[in-house]
Design a binder for this molecule. Structure first.
Ligand code: 5RP
Length: 216
């Protein structure tokens, strides 16, 4: 990762802070860009009432900053969710899950009114799929799901040794140029044993921050 890309992530994280309402309960994603965001949030002590976190990793960082973490079930619908992504197309549809937190991320995105996504410019693409698509799978279904993906022309690679916060495994699917992300997400969601597909197409981002600029 170049210094320029890191600088863009940091700028996007600082810009994302301007969307946060004082006293709110905020949805918080996972990853290195989110780490910059959490640190910026931590520097504004007392800005939010609490956070709903998408991973154990983000929970630990939030708590280190003294930010209270609440269960999604105890707070209802959120006004804002802030997260990063691995790829973003021109319709703000995303590939997520490089850090393996896609399931909780998708749940919080679904439960939020506005999803602000922070990326650096290298993650902007015309068609999703250069970044391998992460799919969270129930461990005993790994072989079955891999065969179903291969039948659809993808090349699934087991993220060996990685276990999600939900106790599942990840298949990273290589070699797919994704022309219709909404249709592919719906199709893959139907495979028995799939917990979550790292395509955020049915529920894309609402606002994408690239460095310090906003993608319209
Ligand atoms: C984690 C994610 C992250 O948002 C994605 O991997 C981007 O990470 P980073 O900000 O480190 O580039 O989806 O599951």
């Amino acid at each position: 990762m170049t210094a320029d890309r890191e600088a863009q992530k940091r700028l996007a994280a600082e810009r994302a802070l301007t969307y946060v309402e004082a006293g709110s309960v905020l949805g918080v994603g996972t990853g290195s860009t989110v780490a910059y965001f959490i640190d910026a949030l931590g520097a504004r002590r007392g800005l939010i009432e609490a956070a709903v976190s998408s991973s154990e990793q983000s929970t630990a960082r939030l708590q280190r900053h003294g930010i209270r973490v609440r269960d999604l079930n105890s707070v209802g619908r959120l006004s804002l969710y802030v997260d990063g992504a691995d790829e973003c197309d021109t319709h703000k549809r995303l590939i997520k899950g490089g850090g393996g937190a896609l399931t909780r991320e998708k749940i919080i995105a679904a439960a939020s009114k506005t999803f602000v996504c922070m990326i650096d410019a290298a993650k902007r693409v015309d068609a999703l799929g250069k970044f391998p698509l992460p799919i969270e799978v129930i461990p005993m279904a790994r072989g079955h799901v891999a065969r179903e993906i291969a039948r659809r022309g993808g090349n699934p690679v087991w993220r060996d040794g990685f276990v999600t916060d939900n106790g599942n495994i990840i298949l990273d699917v290589h070699g797919w140029r994704i022309d219709d992300p909404v249709a592919l997400e719906a199709d893959l969601d139907q495979i028995t044993g799939v917990v979550c597909v790292g395509l955020f197409a049915k529920r894309p981002a609402d606002i994408v921050l690239i460095g310090d600029s906003v993608m319209e």
